[in-house]
Design a protein around this ligand. Structure first.
Ligand code: ASP
Length: 310
């Protein structure tokens, strides 16, 4: 019972969950990031019974996520997690870059309490809005005894920060966990866990006030790929490149030659795959290292963090 009485910190950053449209039938022509955190909470009557603290950390469409918001968010999450009366943190966020923020926070903080990302595919004005149920589920998970790590709670499904990815541009059930499979389900306020909570060691990197986020770009291998883009990036001072290769990280020969040239010139180059699921497995003769099971956007964040630590 004691756990159930504990506080959840709800940190808002914007997104469609806080979006509004002129008509209830309009699911795409809305403006994201319009409603404040209190309005989101007040739309869920069941939350009136739960001790919450709320904070508006940012108010943006997550397609525009940037390093300053990440720094502020990481600091506020750490601040709330450190309070003994806080059971967990919920972050309302846009769906577009949710997987990036989730991965970043997990790697930075590796929290021993739950940090639950929450979003919506329909604006708050929609006939069939998904935000309120997702928020209620996220708060439920944030108060779940024993839960830990950064997760996302969407459409009754819980994904680990290590696996979550947006897999659909429109469907309400828009997220997947790839090969790993979902972490848990939330049904009628009950969390049904299917595998272990996300765990790890915090990186111990201090982001506050950092102006030196390394420049890392993602390039894609495809038919007719040209070397020019990679050469231009290297000449412009890029520090790292993640290439989304075909299949098992294979690369068009023209692109691969340019990437190997960039690597020789001091750019860190990692190979991932443009396939939705699956790792890049190294084999004899490979000239560029694999990003393992990381998706291209996760690999980009991992590479930025590693370059910051170097
Ligand atoms: N563009 C919106 C965002 O990421 C999409 C969403 O939240 O579903 O903020």
């Amino acid at each position: 019972m004691q756990d159930i009485a504990r506080t959840v910190a709800v940190l808002a950053t914007g997104g469609t969950i806080a979006g509004t449209a002129a008509r209830a039938t309009d699911n795409i022509g809305y403006s994201a990031a319009q409603l404040g955190v209190r309005a989101l909470v007040d739309a869920v009557p069941a939350l009136a019974e739960v001790p919450l603290v709320t904070e508006q950390v940012a108010q943006l469409d997550s397609k525009d996520m940037d390093f300053a918001v990440w720094e502020a968010l990481a600091a506020r999450v750490a601040h709330h997690l450190a309070k003994p009366d806080v059971a967990g943190v919920v972050i309302t966020h846009g769906t577009d870059t949710l997987e990036e923020t989730a991965y970043l926070l997990q790697r930075l903080l590796a929290p021993t309490k739950p940090v639950v990302m929450c979003a919506a595919m329909r604006p708050a004005t929609a006939l069939l809005r998904d935000g309120p149920q997702n928020l209620l589920d996220a708060v439920t998970l944030a108060r779940q005894p024993g839960a830990r790590g950064v997760m996302a709670a969407l459409s009754g499904t819980v994904h680990s920060a290590f696996d979550v990815r947006k897999v659909h541009s429109y469907r309400v059930d828009a997220f997947g966990s790839g090969d790993a499979g979902v972490l848990a389900r939330i049904e009628e306020g009950e969390v049904r866990r299917l595998r272990e909570w996300p765990a790890g060691e915090p990186l111990g990197l201090e982001l506050a006030g950092r102006t030196d986020w390394p420049w890392v770009e993602i390039v894609t291998s495809h038919a007719g790929a040209r070397p020019d883009g990679v050469r231009a990036l290297a000449a412009a001072g890029v520090r790292g490149l993640v290439v989304a290769g075909t299949g098992n990280g294979s690369l068009h020969h023209a692109l691969e030659d340019a990437l190997v040239e960039a690597q020789k010139a001091g750019v860190t180059v990692w190979r991932s795959t443009r396939c939705l699921d699956g790792p890049v497995q190294m084999k004899p003769g490979d000239r560029l290292p694999s990003a393992g099971t990381l998706t291209p956007v996760q690999a980009r964040i991992e590479l930025m963090l590693q370059l910051m630590r170097a």
